[in-house]
Design a protein around this ligand. Structure first.
Ligand code: MHO
Length: 243
């Protein structure tokens, strides 16, 4: 174990032992312009297995501002986790089109699941885990179809199961399913100041950290965030002990 890892671990243990402590991030993880709230953001929706993981897979990508877990692709009104009917677990991705694009998000989509698996992803079996690209308009449908063709050419022996559907309604999932990976990590939650649920769901920082918690950020971002957290912990801890 490296010294930095040890420091991180020891601090984590100390923090965990003192639940009265609550520290706030002194600044943002990145100073991207996508923090502003009045930007014309675009929205994309994908289904690629468990929405816990799907949300995390997109959360940390460059240009992604916000993600939500939800249900789409079916006909049942107001689906819920225990009764989602014919819907698929999905992720809604809000992104800044000046920084990323539908095409780039599709790259993340393909590389974050196995589109050849039938009736599920890994241990998750069922129709709710099917693979879908939801499109908004003819241009996106065209890009999605070309993308799927390319994937099919790469996968000679198996069929790409991904459906391409015009997006209907996206129903956000219950709060307990939002930012699920981040919520499993109490240290990270504390690090950003135990935000109330509504703030957590809107927060760009929480969106990124949700990806980080699942170790699904691009490797460089994963390392950068790690370094930043270590740094904050190293600097902040002695000060916070005074409180
Ligand atoms: N493998 C997951 C599936 C959850 S999902 C949000 C589990 O632990 O149950 O459907």
């Amino acid at each position: 174990m490296k010294v930095t890892d040890l420091v991180f671990l020891l601090t984590f243990i100390s923090l965990a032992a003192n639940s009265a402590l609550s520290i706030r991030f002194p600044d943002r993880i990145s100073n991207d312009p996508n923090q502003a709230s009045d930007l014309p953001l675009k929205t994309a929706v994908f289904a690629l297995g468990s929405f816990w993981r799907s949300e995390a897979a997109f959360g940390c990508q460059n240009g992604v501002v916000r993600t939500s877990a939800g249900y789409a692709g079916g006909s049942r009104l107001n689906p819920e986790y225990r009764s989602l009917g014919d819907h698929a677990e999905s992720v809604q991705v809000e992104y800044d089109p000046r920084i990323t694009s539908f095409r780039e998000l599709l790259d993340v989509f393909w590389s974050s699941h196995d589109s050849r698996q039938v009736f599920g992803q890994g241990p998750d079996v069922g129709n709710q885990y099917r693979s879908i690209i939801f499109t908004n308009g003819t241009e996106e449908s065209r890009i999605a179809a070309l993308n799927k063709e390319r994937e099919q050419t790469r996968s000679k022996n198996s069929v790409i199961t991904t459906q391409i559907l015009q997006l209907g309604v996206f129903y956000p999932a219950e709060p307990e399913h939002q930012k699920f990976e981040l919520k499993r990590n109490h240290f990270l939650l504390q690090l950003i100041g135990n935000l109330p649920e509504e703030e957590l769901e809107r927060s760009n920082l929480a969106t990124k950290l949700n990806g980080y918690a699942a170790e699904l950020c691009p490797p460089r971002s994963q390392r950068q965030i790690n370094a930043k957290i270590n740094d904050i912990v190293r600097k902040g801890w002695p000060m916070l002990r005074e409180i």
